[in-house]
Design a protein around this ligand. Sequence first.
Ligand SMILES: Nc1ncnc2c1ncn2[C@@H]1O[C@H](COP(=O)(O)OP(=O)(O)OP(=O)(O)O)[C@@H](O)[C@H]1O
Length: 324
Amino acid sequence: MTTMLEVSDLGHTYGSGDTAYTAISDLSFTVETGELTCIVGPSGCGKSTLLRAIAGLHTPTGGTVRLKGETVAGVPEDLAVVFQDYSRSLFPWLTVRDNVEFPLRSRGVSADDRASRAAEALEWVGLGKAGKKYPWQLSGGMQQRVSIARALACRPSLLLMDEPFASVDAQTRFELEDLLLRVRRELNATVLLVTHDIDESVYLGDRVLVLSKPPATVVAELPVDLPPVRDQITTRESDAFVSLRSEVARLLHGKEPATRSAPQVTSEAAGTGDQGVHVADGGTPKGQRTVTAPKNRRNGAGGKGRKKHMKTKKKRGVTVQRPR
Ligand SMILES: Nc1ncnc2c1ncn2[C@@H]1O[C@H](COP(=O)(O)OP(=O)(O)OP(=O)(O)O)[C@@H](O)[C@H]1O
């Protein structure tokens, strides 16, 4: 596998002086090509700030983002974003097909290619017959399918999704989750998806990154060892799923990994002991929370520098690293 996205020591502070607010700090991870990575974190921890930095929509105040090895400065051409609020991201005066074609215009795609790529993307999301309708003639779930089709029509190297299913009802959410799993399998898409929903992160992800309270950093990284083809009933009932979602919940709330058979965290932990210690419920003292190292840190200079201050402990197969 090759690395699609590399986020290194990312930080972002809004404002300056007395009103400065650090939303994310010292945040590092990688996403491999073809992987679906979910990010879950407490409300207001800086997930959108992170995604905006990755999408080149704002310049982070620290660290770097690399897409296919290139430092992101400005919005990369081969990246697409799906936002939560479909009603504000689609143009009501354009037909569904024209909405899907819209970003292709600015990329200089010919009219014929635009039409065929839009038709193909609408087929992928099950809206092959809806091209001539307007967004306001569609249900919320269908509108979000249009947003997904529009992103896919760009054939992005990386698809970013910011709470993409948070504004639809539960049944539609399940349908859209399954649609995403199918489409990413068929297209071998690389996806980074932010969600508040622990179950959703486990159901969709190949890997779940757990963020801390602000300033957000990565507190844990869990591979999701579930079969690639998932099912809303049987997968969610399985012991492996229940165990993983509990693990994510524990880490999100600043708890220790549980003691039963563990989902494995493959990445080695690392951290300064100062940055990764804000826990979701505030119950763990600063300096005592797990920080897992992104793969790119394991052998990198930053990782070595940090690791010497840390001691490693294995619990439930989860590598836990604490400051000495
Ligand atoms: N433009 C801005 N200026 C100042 N502070 C901001 C700005 N944008 C976001 N923030 C603050 O940064 C913090 C992180 O915001 P962000 O929207 O990234 O969090 P989030 O995790 O995506 O939130 P949510 O869970 O509600 O979706 C919040 O406290 C927010 O108030």
